[in-house]
Design a protein around this ligand. Structure first.
Ligand code: PHE
Ligand code: CA
Ligand code: ZN
Ligand code: ZN
Ligand code: ZN
Length: 283
C-alpha cells in the first residue's frame, strides 16, 4: 500500500479551514461552508475519474447532502466502502472533527486514481452530511439501499477524528457494535503495527457513521485518535503527549482549526486508511 504524504492531507485541511473562515467560521449542515466543502471534495474526485453522486436529504428544516464516489471497476457484487462525515458543528471549523478523516479519505481516493488501481472488489467512498445532528446522512444513505444492495457491501470502514492534538491510536473494537468485524479490526491493528505504532481497542458504540452501517447488518470498523476523554498516564507512556489532558481539547469548539492537528497522528492514521483499503479491495 502507498505511503500517503501528510502534506497532501494537510493541503486539504488548509482548504477546509479557508472555506470555514470565508463562511462564518463553520462547515455545518445547512450552512454555506458545508456546500463549499462538498464542492471541493467532489471537484477533486471528478477530475480524478471517480463517478460521483450527491444524495440530498432534509434534516432540521435544511437540505443536507451526502457525497458518494465510486471508483470504476472491481466486482460489483463485492463492494468495500470507506467514509466519514464532512460536516462540522456550528461552533467551529471542524478541522480535526472531521476535516481530518475527510481529507485522509480524499487523499487515499486520489492516490487510488493516480495509481490507476485495478482492484478485485469494487471501491466506494462516502462523505456524510449531518453526522453532528445524529448520523443523519449516513442513516439516510443506508436506508436508501434495498436489502439486496446492502448485502453487496462486504465492509464499511469509518474515519472520524484522526489528527487529535494529543493523539491516541484507537481501533474500533469489533465487539463494540452489532456487526463489528474482527477481520477489519485485526487489519487496522496490523496497519499500525507495521508502522510500529501501538494501538488500543475502543468501544465507540453508536458515536459515528459506522453505526448506521452496523444497524443494517454490514461488517464495520474504523480508527480514531480521541476526542473529549483525557489521556491516562499509561497512554502517555505508550504514545507520548500529555497525560490528564483531553485527546482533543478543542473538540466541538471554535479552536478546532488547522492548529488543532497533530501531523504525526494525521499521517499515521491516513497511511492506515490506505493500508486497510488496499488490502480489503485486493489491490
Ligand atoms: N462522532 C463523534 C463526533 O463527531 C466523534 C467520535 C468519533 C466519537 C469516533 C467517538 C468515536 O462528535
Ligand atoms: Ca505517510
Ligand atoms: Zn463531532
Ligand atoms: Zn465526528
Ligand atoms: Zn484485534
Amino acid at each position: 500500500a502507498p505511503d500517503i504524504p501528510v502534506a497532501s492531507v494537510q493541503a486539504h485541511l488548509a482548504e477546509f479551514q479557508r472555506i470555514a473562515t470565508a463562511n462564518g467560521g463553520n462547515r455545518a449542515h445547512g450552512r454555506p461552508g458545508y456546500q463549499a466543502s462538498l464542492n471541493y471534495v467532489k471537484s477533486k474526485l471528478d477530475a480524478a475519474g471517480y463517478q460521483t453522486r450527491i444524495q440530498q436529504f432534509t434534516s432540521s428544516g435544511a437540505t443536507g447532502y451526502n457525497l458518494i464516489a465510486d471508483w470504476p471497476g472491481g466486482d460489483a457484487n463485492n463492494v468495500i466502502m470507506a467514509g466519514g462525515h464532512l460536516d462540522s458543528v456550528s461552533r467551529g471549523p471542524g478541522i480535526n472533527d472531521n476535516g481530518s478523516g475527510s481529507a485522509g479519505l480524499l487523499e487515499v481516493a486520489l492516490t487510488v486514481a493516480r495509481q490507476n488501481v485495478k482492484p478485485q472488489k469494487h471501491l466506494r467512498f462516502g462523505w456524510w452530511g449531518a453526522e453532528e445532528l445524529g448520523l443523519v446522512g449516513s442513516t439516510f444513505y443506508v436506508n436508501s439501499l434495498s436489502s439486496a444492495q446492502r448485502g453487496l457491501i462486504k465492509g464499511y470502514v469509518n474515519f472520524d477524528m484522526t489528527g487529535s492534538p494529543n493523539p491516541g491510536y484507537f481501533v474500533y473494537s469489533a465487539s463494540g457494535q452489532p456487526t463489528g468485524s474482527k477481520a477489519i479490526e485485526d487489519l487496522l491493528e496490523a496497519g499500525f503495527a507495521g508502522k510500529s505504532v501501538q494501538t488500543e481497542l475502543t468501544s465507540v458504540g453508536g458515536r459515528s457513521d459506522h453505526a448506521a452501517f452496523a444497524r443494517a447488518g454490514i461488517p464495520v470498523g474504523g480508527t480514531f485518535s480521541g476526542a473529549e476523554v483525557r489521556k491516562t498516564a499509561a497512554q502517555a507512556q505508550k504514545w507520548g503527549g500529555q497525560s490528564g489532558v483531553a485527546f482533543d481539547r478543542c473538540y466541538h469548539q471554535a479552536c478546532d482549526t488547522t492548529s488543532n492537528i497533530n501531523a504525526t497522528s494525521l499521517d499515521r492514521h491516513t497511511d492506515v486508511i490506505a493500508y486497510a483499503l488496499y488490502s480489503l479491495i485486493g489491490a
